[in-house]
Design a protein around this ligand. Structure first.
Ligand SMILES: [Zn+2]
Length: 287
């Protein structure tokens, strides 16, 4: 006798534009905005993934979310590693295997936030080589640079990083035993945990009536702050290697850290009271 067969797959019509409710449209719109703000190309690859999935004829409900996310990640990484560097007018900064210049956090590279103009790449390599001659076991660690496409697209939360001529660089830290720790510090992302003014140092934050912007604690908690202290000589050497580069137009580094590191250059500027604080990283603008 034939057994009853329960079909767990259901046929659907091929359709190029997925049918969507208003709620679905809103959710996918928010995902699009979020992924675009994070990685520039992520939102578009999400849309591509959704269109691709709407053409798949048979699908199990159980595997749909898993399948969509896997498809998105596959195409996101494939396109990021092959097509994007080939067609971007900018060049990606080196990956972590580079001897002198590397990302502070791998996420920066995965999110395509490490693109710069070719002359900026050359200047950073040159500065990092000169820094390495003084600290052979160290590299210069970069934070956010620019997205691969256009010169105007902001790279949230930065408003001015679009053109490939602006790069943030990480400070160096010592652990509780006083040893240098590579690409590590009180903030996992390199931003948001401030090296505020010590007693007796110039206090820009109070001078600005505390209007200087910093990341809220829920985004970057500072519970690891006590485990690290700023590696002053190493950070000073890194800043001095940058000062040698004539193609740099200006630096943003809070006055109390310029004083603490004892670095001087007419290109150190104040970013203004309504801007983000620069005592968690140094911002470099190229000509
Ligand atoms: Zn910056």
């Amino acid at each position: 006798m034939a057994e009853d067969i329960t079909y767990t797959y259901r046929p659907i019509k091929r359709q190029l534009i997925p049918k969507m409710t208003w709620k679905g449209f809103l959710i996918h719109g928010l995902i699009f905005l979020f992924l675009t703000a994070l990685s520039q190309i992520g939102g578009f690859i999400w849309v591509f993934t959704m269109v691709l999935w709407s053409t798949i004829r048979y699908r199990s409900k159980f595997w749909i979310p898993f399948g969509k996310i896997s498809t998105f990640l596959f195409f996101y990484l494939l396109i990021s590693w092959t097509i994007v560097p080939a067609i971007s007018g900018k060049v990606p900064l080196p990956k972590s295997t580079h001897k002198t210049l590397a990302p502070f956090n791998q996420i920066t590279v995965i999110l395509n936030r490490h693109y710069v103009q070719p002359e900026v790449y050359d200047a950073l390599i040159s500065a990092s080589e000169s820094f390495k001659s003084e600290y052979p076991k160290s590299k210069i660690f970069y934070l956010d640079a620019s997205f691969p496409f256009t010169n105007w697209f902001p790279i949230p939360p930065h408003v001015t990083h679009g053109n490939g001529k602006k790069v943030d660089l990480a400070f160096y830290f010592l652990n509780e035993e006083g040893n240098y720790v590579k690409a590590e510090g009180p903030s996992a992302v390199g931003y948001g945990v401030m090296e505020g003014p010590l007693p007796g140092e110039f206090d820009q934050i109070s001078a600005c009536n505390r209007t200087l912007y910093s990341y809220p604690d829920f985004l970057v908690p500072d519970w690891k702050k006590d485990q690290y202290s700023l590696d002053v000589p190493r950070t000073k050497a890194m800043v001095e290697s940058l000062i040698q580069e004539a193609s740099i137009e200006r630096f943003f580094l809070e006055q109390h850290l310029q004083d603490r590191l004892d670095v001087q250059d007419p290109r150190f500027r104040f970013q203004g009271c309504k801007s983000v604080r620069h005592d968690d990283h140094i911002h470099v603008d190229f000509k």
